[in-house]
Design a protein around this ligand. Structure first.
Ligand SMILES: Cc1ncc(COP(=O)(O)O)c(C=O)c1O
Length: 440
């Protein structure tokens, strides 16, 4: 019989309450926590809080734990590595694990193996490296990014992001020379454009309006995009969007930076989400799922592109030996079956969530690829008015029933479990979710 969440105390329990009080005293209040989950240990898709309550985790540490909590093979590889070499700094020294991982990433990332990798510690750093490389190489200043995008919180990444005003308010001035254009969202087409005309309308707008006025294409270094928007609400663009964007980019020798920080590493049922759209980007950025929870960012580009001179960019911790070994093991596990599992059980999850969409008037849309699925909550299907309050209530109520979910965008519930999740575990999660929706 499938395991179920087990709540032994009211939530938060007594130990959690003590820690929450201390957290309030000592931890920056800028984080975005909504419900009080104080987690002590985890195993697969199950986590246990400090009071011994068991939760079913459909959030995977914000789409990070590709192999689940504490996968035994990752733990073993990390323990062995920690006993051998913890840090050396790839900036000034060489070590095998970083080189091995770079070779593996060059092999599996879209396009020929003829690539190089810059290692950092997080998604935002991976994107900073991509932006710097694009400017350095093209000697062009402008980036074209998309509304709804989230690329990180350091100044460069924050400047190309456009998902929430709070990320920017009172932090200006940001990095200049960034132009935002709409992301083609089939459920919420910009300016009422018919969904089947989204791609052509958008590309016409970029080429004949943006390029002719504020961003001459000869000054544009790169387009930067998420193949499936993450923090913007798990939005999948139309199938023809990226191929046509690539044509436009090639016409003006503009680079394509593919931010796979959330959608990459098997989550969408392909190793890289852009593979669903059949184009080869110039630069790919990775973090989150790459090392099963160990901090690592990677920026991957063709060798001819990543040929900046010594001293131009570096990182003390980036490509840490323990993180590299965790990443090598993670990729091995992904190739041994987890990518395929994401495709298969992700398809099952989407099918079941689509059934719930038929049942509940306030589910406006269910969309996604593999195990990256969004459930958009609205006032009703006709008006499609976003219902952020109800979304937040659903996510919070699920917690009180032992199910960990997260929001994405203003009014979407995100499902991004570990890629080890089984259909049986998804059934348990879906049953709780339906129960929450019925009683809300
Ligand atoms: C698509 C995308 N890019 C970049 C980032 C930033 O990653 P990090 O928080 O590791 O800096 C995120 C984080 O959510 C993301 O979803």
């Amino acid at each position: 019989m499938a395991l179920k969440p087990e709540l032994k105390t009211s939530l938060p329990g007594p130990r959690a309450k003590e820690l929450l009080k201390k957290d309030e005293d000592f931890i920056s209040p800028s984080y975005t926590r909504s419900y009080p989950a104080v987690i002590e240990k985890g195993n697969g898709v199950w986590v246990y809080d400090v009071d011994g309550n068991r939760f079913l985790d459909m959030a995977a540490g914000i789409a990070v734990l590709t192999t689940g909590h504490c996968h035994p093979e990752v733990v073993k590889a990390v323990q062995e590595q920690a006993a051998k070499l913890i840090h050396m700094s790839g900036t000034d020294f060489y070590y095998p694990y970083q080189i091995e991982l770079a070779e593996k990433l060059a092999e599996i990332a879209p396009g020929s193996k003829n690539k190089r990798v810059f290692f950092s510690n997080s998604g935002t750093e991976a994107n900073e490296a991509a932006l710097k490389l694009a400017r350095y190489k093209t000697r062009r200043p402008i980036f074209v990014a998309f509304f709804g995008a989230f690329h990180g919180r350091t100044f460069g990444s924050m400047s190309i992001s456009a998902s929430k005003a709070i990320h920017r308010r009172h932090f200006s001035p940001l990095v200049p020379q960034v132009v935002h254009v709409p992301y083609p969202n089939p459920y919420r087409p910009f300016f009422g454009v018919a969904p089947e005309k989204l791609t052509d309308t958008l590309l016409d707008y970029i080429e004949n309006y943006v390029f002719n006025t504020i961003a001459p294409p000869e000054d544009v270094a790169a387009f930067i995009f998420e193949p499936v928007q993450g923090e913007g609400g798990y939005v999948v663009p139309p199938q023809d969007f990226f191929p046509k964007l690539k044509n436009l980019a090639e016409k003006f020798e503009i680079l394509l930076i593919d931010d796979e920080v959330q959608a990459g590493m098997g989550r969408t049922g392909r190793m890289f989400a852009i593979e669903h759209f059949d184009i080869i980007p110039d630069i790919v950025t990775l973090a989150k799922g790459i090392a099963s929870g160990f901090p690592l960012g990677a920026t991957i580009a063709k060798k001819s592109l990543m040929d900046w001179e010594s001293g131009t960019h570096a990182s003390t911790f980036g490509g840490n030996p323990v993180s590299c070994v965790a990443a090598l093991k993670t990729i091995e596990l992904l190739e041994r079956g987890l990518v395929e599992n994401a495709r298969v059980v992700g398809g099952y999850l989407k099918e079941k969530l689509l059934e719930l969409k038929e049942e509940f008037e306030f589910i406006g849309d269910v969309r996604g690829l593999g195990l990256m699925i969004g459930v958009e909550i609205v006032k009703d299907k006709t008006s499609k008015t976003p219902d952020a309050k109800l979304r937040n209530k659903i996510v919070d109520e699920a917690f009180y029933k032992g199910l960990l979910l997260l929001g994405a965008g203003p009014n979407t519930v995100r499902w991004c479990p570990a890629l080890v999740v089984t259909k049986e575990e998804l059934d348990v999660a879906l049953e709780i979710f339906r129960d929450v929706l019925k009683k809300i």
